[in-house]
Design a protein around this ligand. Sequence first.
Ligand SMILES: NC(=O)c1ccc[n+]([C@@H]2O[C@H](COP(=O)([O-])OP(=O)(O)OC[C@H]3O[C@@H](n4cnc5c(N)ncnc54)[C@H](OP(=O)(O)O)[C@@H]3O)[C@@H](O)[C@H]2O)c1
Length: 307
Amino acid sequence: MRLLVTGTRGQVGWELSRSLLPLGDVVALDRRQCDFSRPELLPGLIRSIKPDVIVNAAAYTAVDKAEREEKLASTINGTAVGVIAEEARKAGILLVHYSTDYVFDGAKQMPYTEDDAPNPINAYGRSKLAGDIAVRQAGGAYVILRTSWVYAGRGHNFLDTILRLASEREELRIVDDQIGAPTWARDIADATALIIRAICQEQTQGQFASGLFNLIASGATSWHGFAKAILEDATRLGLLQRVPQLKPIPSEEYPLPAARPKNSRLAGDRISERFGIALPDWKQGLARCIEELGPRLRGDNIRARTI
Ligand SMILES: NC(=O)c1ccc[n+]([C@@H]2O[C@H](COP(=O)([O-])OP(=O)(O)OC[C@H]3O[C@@H](n4cnc5c(N)ncnc54)[C@H](OP(=O)(O)O)[C@@H]3O)[C@@H](O)[C@H]2O)c1
């Protein structure tokens, strides 16, 4: 089996290029090799690679910047995804694509299910929703995995930011009224591999049906709770020179260009019922990720790091 991974320098894409290796021949492309801002080039590229599966981890993910670059975000997250989905349908390729909690407005009091109607409140969310719709409308074989609050040991993310700020500031003021499930990119990639293998079996038995599935760590917390756990784990492992005070604040005290949903919780029942997959509690994923970062961060390394 040949698997094409896009966005291989991103958090999920990087992990996929390792997690998918046991499944077959992995062709992992970065932005230079496969540029979604030029969707017209994508069909030719896919035809030259002839994959059996495309796992699309490329995306415009700069949530605040998207407010002033909505057209570009929409081309990358919407138009290009539609072009890929159409090509995948024509060539009989399975498309695995990632969606986001930011397609919702966050007004629901309970975790969002796959059947809840999206209502994005920022440009990034609108662009990602356009991609979800395009994948469905193309009518090929697809799986959309909707995840939230992704972090990893590489790339720019909340974990990286908190560890850096911990060495720079006496006090960190962190939003406490947005809740979601911090999800380790490694866990997403490993689960993706299991899902692809299960789908291959389903396809062999003529039982495959395309669908959208929430794929998130178990449990939930606020950004403040996430920051607290990061500092606790990093302290336990001796990775911090000093520990800043953490102050919970409402979103209104930390205004950003893009509005964020207050409730980002996604229900994981459907993926568990179909594929028998439930990601570990977010604290477990975080502890493993930080433990792995340890050797790199120990001593003065944290202080020397810059974004
Ligand atoms: N990050 C989150 O919190 C989060 C939450 C929910 C869902 N998701 C979704 O999960 C998926 C993976 O996200 P991630 O966290 O791994 O994102 P990420 O770390 O930002 O990686 C995205 C990758 O896409 C690449 N990319 C950007 N513009 C591109 C273009 N024009 N053509 C080709 N590639 C381009 C980036 O390239 P460079 O490395 O060159 O910049 C980067 O490698 C995405 O679909 C995202 O929407 C993410």
